[in-house]
Design a protein around this ligand. Sequence first.
Ligand SMILES: [Zn+2]
Length: 92
Amino acid sequence: MIQCLTCGGTYSPTSADGATYAHACPPVWDPPSKTYVERANKRDENPPAPRVLEPLLAATAPPHTGAGDDPKNALRQAAIVSAGAGVKVVNG
Ligand SMILES: [Zn+2]
């Protein structure tokens, strides 16, 4: 199990059918506004939208040489929307 250090939630990185689970912290109740709001340091493991990710890859990834897999694919798969306070591995 993985514990999110932002919201304290625990989850398995894969669901029962083997699919990868992407955790995103749930919103919290904000009494003054009487609405649910996103946390300031929300963790969101979903992949960024291509319009956000592709310019970052263009600026940081080495150029594709044509040999083997495109190194940008690994970065694309590892990228998440926001890391929040991080995670730790917990038992159970
Ligand atoms: Zn969380």
